[in-house]
Design a protein around this ligand. Sequence first.
Ligand code: DOR
Ligand code: ZN
Length: 346
Amino acid sequence: MTQTLTLARPDDWHLHLRDGAMLKAVLPETTRHFARAIIMPNLVPPVVTGADARAYKARIEAALPEGAHFTPLMTLYLTEETDPEDLAAAYAAGLITAVKLYPAGATTNSASGVADFARVQPVLERMAEIGCPLCVHGEVTDRSIDIFDREAVFIDRVLDPIRRAVPGLRVIMEHITTKDGVDYVRASPENLGATLTVQHLMLDRNDMLVGGMRPHYYCLPILKRRDHRDALLAAATSGDARFFLGTDSAPHPTHAKESECCSAGCFTAPVALACLAQTFEDAGALAALEGFTSRHGPAFYGLPVNSETLTLTRSDSPVHFPAQIANGADPVTVFTPGRPIYWSAP
Ligand code: DOR
Ligand code: ZN
């Protein structure tokens, strides 16, 4: 028996689209299902000024598939040189929706990120004044800290001090991966939210490492233990409006993933909603899916819920998804969760 589920059209509150040929290849995979997305600025070189954001937005709009209804919500990449006036002007003009903080060296293309957090305090104060939210990649980069502990240590050493120093700042902890992250959000005032990815809701580190190492599950922050995954899933399905979807879909050519030193990122955009419907159904929480994919994010960002809808369909047999998408000579492997998915999106 076919079952359907109609949602207010979802948004993706954390997305990597890249540039050039890769942008053209991956963009339709998002616009097919999502109305808006927060676009990550970690290009090479990064999107650091209002002018950079304007130019990148134009390149995204030029790459949109025919007839697509999609709004890219642009971000600036925070550096120790960010000019608060340029940022404020871009925000006032509606050119950017948020600013992204990468600790220097934390992940893919983050070399220009922040090393000395005191140096960005004036910019953060300005952002609090004008209401511009800060999206945070929450991991310390200290080599002495074990990679599995980097999120928890970041909360104590960096995030909590920033939030105490600038209490009016709206902050989104992106792609949280630990119970520590969930607990920190729950204990905080309403101006702290968090996004969750598909892979961190579905997988734990055993899925990546037991019986062989699966590079397509390697992303940052890295997958954690099962009890952390359980805490994330409980948060996502709880109906708490401070938790919402940010896929962190991050395409890399298949050869860069299946390599001696694998790039970080899971390309989930094509299958994100099907995987989430399955995950929420398996958790007995399908009724909570629309809040997570379509309502909590707009509420946090002060934007309207999309008036269009998206209808998901459940089949009696598992759905087959494309294994790769074409990208010239560099195809991109699509995330597969390693369990049957009965849901699909059009
Ligand atoms: O796994 C990741 N991939 N995490 C990030 O923070 C960046 C992203 C990318 O840009 O590939
Ligand atoms: Zn990301």
